[in-house]
Design a protein around this ligand. Structure first.
Ligand SMILES: Cc1ncc(COP(=O)(O)O)c(C=O)c1O
Length: 486
């Protein structure tokens, strides 16, 4: 394991001394900080040469990393080198320009700097008195997003850990607003393409699993409004209380967008809460194309969106906006004797809008990178992601024996290798094998997923640093592997 070159200066003989104040000297802090920033810059500038997926089993990593609790400290430079050598060499790079798996996390450097700043100042953003400047920035950024979504001024929002928590807070708000928190006979509707985190959110809130109606989606993997109407009618007849519809504004599997206007009309008529899971796709609201595709978003009751996906922020950064914002506070506000200093009349205490009292300042990363790059650059970066998926689709259509299963939509494409004379089960196994081999080779990373009993290869191309040549090379490599395996 490489030691820092200047180790002897730092240690002056002994590896560490007892440090009751948990402090480093000014010089040590500076050196450690520069070393860390250099590590990040090296990572970002050399990322293309790195293997995308780095996988080792738990038992191997246990052996590599399972140190005993250190009773004494060690030289900071040494510890940081250790992180680089033993930990970061064993992570998959979701920010790699050729990471097309799951939902990439392209991140951005100002966002990373913001994280360093908020941790360095240890900003508390749970209450106004605890961090007014931070709370004000959160209000401002929520207002920017609110405006892009077309929500009215009374909308309120909150930054949280991501899409799963956004769903939880949204469903809790809906439950409080419409059900008086009684869940036993309340039914919830969504398409079979809806992210499973919604099921977990509902279960956590006490909704019986059997009350979730996952309706078969249409040919294009969007919500079937007729099936929805029928299911709601049937449930009402059976004495249930249809209460909430969750629509997708960009499914994880195919990037499909449910019919927002039709869903809004339906929910208005039925008195149901309409939640949009925009964890993936709603990020695209900075792009004109994105906003056009999401027309009608202003009519939903709540929307979750993840800046740590298509708004290019480091993990973790999610956001929920509720159109009638008062419901958020009604659901989450509580007071205790130890919070007497917190002034309710200001309506600026973010602990009242979600499940965290002690909150960090995660919104700073979005604010900082928007300030530095500008919203138009975000829009262009999102357009680029959509173009890359379309380019991948064009390239796939020129390759013999490849099928485009779902067209490029919101930067998601699914395809599969289907040589003539092979059975469906053979094709499924073949496409899984193609993905495994491609990922093992390390050039890029894709996933396979299931669409109506078919195994397909899925690419998500939202990293703005991906080049067209890398898209083409990916398809060439997939094709070479496919032909060698078939
Ligand atoms: C559509 C959708 N909803 C919800 C989630 C869950 O979000 P998170 O992983 O940020 O909790 C994801 C994650 O990829 C997603 O794609």
């Amino acid at each position: 394991m490489a030691l820092a070159p200047n180790l002897s200066e730092v240690t002056s003989g002994r590896a560490s001394t007892l440090n009751r104040h948990l402090e480093l000297s000014e010089d040590q802090m500076r050196r450690l900080g520069y070393q860390a920033i250099d590590m990040v810059i090296r990572h970002l500038t050399q990322i293309r040469e790195k293997k995308v997926m780095n996988y080792k089993s738990e038992s191997v990593l246990d052996q590599l990393l399972n140190d005993r609790l250190p009773l004494e400290g060690s030289p900071p430079e040494y510890v940081l080198d250790d992180v680089q050598n033993r930990v970061f060499s064993n992570i998959t790079h979701h920010d790699h320009p050729r990471f097309f798996a799951f939902v990439p996390g392209p991140g951005n450097f100002p966002g990373a700097v913001a994280e360093c700043l908020t941790n360095g100042f240890n900003v508390f953003s749970g209450t106004w008195i605890g961090g007014a400047g931070a709370a004000e920035i959160e209000l401002i950024v929520i207002d920017w997003l609110r405006t892009l979504c077309g929500f009215p001024a009374q909308a309120r929002g909150v930054f949280l850990s991501g899409g799963s928590e956004a769903g939880l807070v949204a469903m809790a708000t809906a439950r409080n607003a419409l059900l008086d928190n009684k869940t036993a006979d309340a039914t919830i509707y969504c398409s079979d393409q809806t992210h499973k985190s919604i099921d977990r959110d509902l279960w956590l809130l006490g909704f019986p699993r059997e009350n979730i109606r996952r309706l078969p989606s249409l040919e294009d993997y969007t919500l079937d409004l007729n099936a929805l109407a029928e299911a709601v009618r049937r449930d009402r007849k059976a004495g249930m209380r249809p209460f909430c519809l969750v629509i997708n504004t960009g499914t994880t599997n195919t990037g499909s967008i449910d019919p927002i206007q039709g869903a809004a009309d339906f929910c208005e008529e039925e008195g149901m809460w309409l939640h949009a899971d925009g964890a993936y796709g709603a990020g695209s609201i900075f792009s004109t194309r994105g906003r056009e595709m999401l027309a009608g978003l202003d009519r939903v009751n709540s929307i979750g969106m993840d800046p740590h996906k298509w708004m290019f922020q480091p993990y973790s950064c999610g956001c929920l906006i509720v159109r009638e914002g008062v419901h958020l506070r009604r659901t989450f506000q509580y007071r205790a004797e130890y919070l007497k200093l917190v002034d309710d009349s200001l309506e600026r205490n973010f602990c009242d809008y979600g499940i965290q009292l002690t909150r960090d300042f995660r919104v700073l990363k979005l604010w900082l990178s928007l300030k530095i790059f500008g919203a138009e650059s975000f829009g262009k970066a999102q357009d680029w992601g959509m173009y890359l998926a379309e380019e991948a689709e064009r390239a796939a259509r020129t390759l013999p024996n490849w099928e485009v299963v779902t067209q490029a939509k919101l930067a998601v494409l699914t395809l599969r290798y289907a040589p003539p004379g092979t059975r469906e089960d053979e094709r499924n196994a073949l496409n899984e094998a193609i993905v495994d081999q491609f990922n093992q080779e390390g050039y890029g990373m894709v996933i396979h997923t299931r669409l109506r009993e078919r195994t397909v290869i899925r690419m998500c191309t939202i990293n703005p640093r991906t080049e067209v040549s890398e898209i083409h090379e990916t398809l060439i490599k997939l094709d070479e592997i496919a032909r060698s395996l078939a």
